[in-house]
Design a protein. Structure first.
Length: 202
């Protein structure tokens, strides 16, 4: 039987260090390698078939730091993390996740999008916002000029029940965010669900 939990650590340190799971930001020459890992991907005469890769529009690429076990993500010295959809820290009920962003130009961007249009505009996700401490324990520390941007909202210490921002939490945990030092910032932008409520559409 495969284990259902474990421990994982990812460190991104130094100028030019990038972790990227956003296809919109991955150079074209590397797209095939990503698509080849998807179910249903086929090659026709050694050339990727145009219709071989079909991804549901409501499925985003998330990053989990502590889903079922313990996870740690550290970004420092101008390292960068680019996430297509959401960042989940300590999401599972028995999980513990820690994110640390240290130093000027050290950045995590959780874009909160499903895709990018031909005009270069983001299609915001209708799924969950980024979460720190969903059902478990989540900690995020931003220090010495580091930056975290969450472009589709954020939940601290709970998992929202659904897309509607007015629904009660489905599960609660413990979430802590610390922002220390000159120039350090945690920037949270309204989720698409919240926009609908504010604009009278939800």
């Amino acid at each position: 039987m495969l284990p259902t939990s474990g421990s994982g650590v990812l460190n991104g340190t130094g100028i030019g260090s990038v972790f990227n799971n956003d296809p919109a930001l991955i150079p074209t020459e590397f797209q095939e390698a990503i698509r080849a890992a998807e179910p249903g991907w086929t090659l026709a005469d050694g050339v990727p078939a145009d219709d071989a890769y079909v991804r549901e529009s409501d499925i985003g690429f998330d990053v989990h730091v502590g889903l079922l076990g313990n996870g740690e993500l550290a970004v420092s010295s101008a390292g960068r993390v680019e996430i297509q959809d959401a960042l989940f820290v300590g999401l599972g009920s028995d999980s513990q996740g820690t994110v640390t962003v240290t130093g000027v130009a050290s950045v995590i961007n959780a874009a909160g999008r499903e895709s990018i249009t031909a005009a270069g505009e983001s299609n915001p996700s209708m799924e969950l916002p980024s979460i720190v401490g969903g059902g478990g324990i989540g900690t995020m520390n931003i220090r010495e000029g580091g930056t975290v941007n969450m472009f589709n909202g954020a939940a601290l210490g709970f998992i929202p029940e659904g897309q509607n921002a007015q629904t009660p939490p489905d599960e609660s945990g413990t979430g802590t965010v610390g922002v220390e030092g000159a120039g350090s910032s945690w920037n949270v932008y309204a989720s698409n669900a919240m926009r609908q409520v504010v604009e009278g559409g939800g």
